[in-house]
Design a binder for this molecule. Structure first.
Ligand code: NAP
Length: 312
């Protein structure tokens, strides 16, 4: 049996994935789609993907399921709408740990007012501001999935008041849990630092608009680690200009890399990050993907897959 690797990534990246996975799966032959014969395409029963070209997936008629080596699936949900086989995304505890670390680091950055001290230094001004304990501030996580729930634990340990918003109701010790639209409106009004870890779906696209962001108390900070399209850029900019939102840390954008002419680059109240909050660890990701393939070979059961109706 040949496993197809389908991806619109550099040849070097693809070779790296294939070599790591091949070492972990010595009984399997993994080939890039471009190097597969017609018979191999016919025989392939699993496609491992990284931003796949939909036409290449369609050219693998007997694929039973697809395993992405990445966590985000919004592009596949849109582009592989006609593909009905299950899509398994990467859920990796190492990715959750890395994102939890990023949430803590950038919440601390806002909490200890680093943007203020950066500006003060550039102006050679000695300008201490009041210290607040973490217990005096609330962090709200939008999205309490693999990444949001790990971030919640880390922030809780650091002493912050932590709230989380998800689609379905949740009970998590030490975290004030909210769901649905009214829950969102309620929690935003109490939030000092908002951290977005939602998937991009038709429901979350443009969710953080003027109406919602205006509910944050004056001076709140916003961190987006999820996807750029969840925030309405013009609305965020207006609220930053008014000083209603004190600072935004943005790791994800509508267009990446962020174009040079984008006003976020030079906005004094914006920290631009180049989509680095939680990079995929190809070592641990390969172990997860290989483990899922081995257990499928043993049990015939496809690992938990993305819910197409929910879009994540
Ligand atoms: P996940 O496990 O699927 O969790 C998604 C969470 O969002 C769940 O709690 C879900 O609620 C909630 N949610 C989804 N739609 C919602 C809605 N309409 N209203 C309220 N809550 C909603 O996803 P994850 O693994 O934590 O990843 C989240 C996102 O992070 C990914 O989709 C990706 O875009 C982004 N990401 C970014 C980076 C980076 O480096 N910047 C790296 C990896 C991932 P339920 O719990 O009720 O289902």
């Amino acid at each position: 049996m040949v496993l197809a690797f389908v991806g619109q990534i550099s040849e070097e990246e693809m070779d790296g994935w294939i070599s790591r996975l091949s070492k972990l799966l010595p009984d399997e032959t993994i080939k890039p789609f471009a190097k597969m014969s017609a018979d191999e395409k016919e025989a392939a029963d699993i496609a491992i993907v990284a931003n796949p070209n939909p036409a290449e997936i369609e050219a693998l008629p007997n694929v039973k399921w697809i395993h992405s080596v990445w966590a985000g699936v919004e592009r596949m949900m849109a582009e592989l709408a006609g593909v009905t086989v299950p899509i398994v995304r990467l859920t990796d505890p190492e990715l959750s740990r890395t994102m939890a670390e990023a949430a803590l680091v950038w919440v601390y950055y806002l909490h200890r007012d680093m943007p203020h001290y950066r500006k003060a230094q550039s102006e050679k001004v000695w300008a201490p501001v009041d210290y607040f304990k973490p217990s005096q501030k609330q962090v709200t996580l939008l999205g309490m999935g693999a990444l949001g729930s790990a971030a919640a634990e880390r922030l809780k340990d650091a002493g912050f008041k932590v709230a989380g918003w998800s689609r379905r109701p949740k009970i998590i010790e030490g975290v004030e849990c909210y769901h649905d639209e009214s829950g969102l409106l309620e929690v935003l009004a109490k939030t000092d630092y908002l951290v977005c870890l939602l998937p991009l779906t038709p429901e979350t696209r443009g969710l953080l608009n003027k109406e919602k962001l205006s509910l944050l108390p004056k001076g709140a900070g916003v961190i987006n680690f999820a996807r750029g399209a969840i925030i309405n850029d013009a609305d965020l900019m207006a609220l930053l200009d008014q000083g209603h939102i004190s600072h935004a840390v943005l790791d994800v954008f509508m267009t990446e890399p962020l174009p040079a002419e984008n006003p976020y680059w030079s906005h004094p109240s914006v920290t631009v990050l180049p989509h680095i909050s939680a990079p995929t660890d190809s070592e641990t990701a390969s172990q997860i993907v290989a483990g899922n393939i081995v257990s499928y070979r043993q049990s015939g059961e496809i690992p938990p897959s993305v819910n197409r109706n929910d879009g994540y």
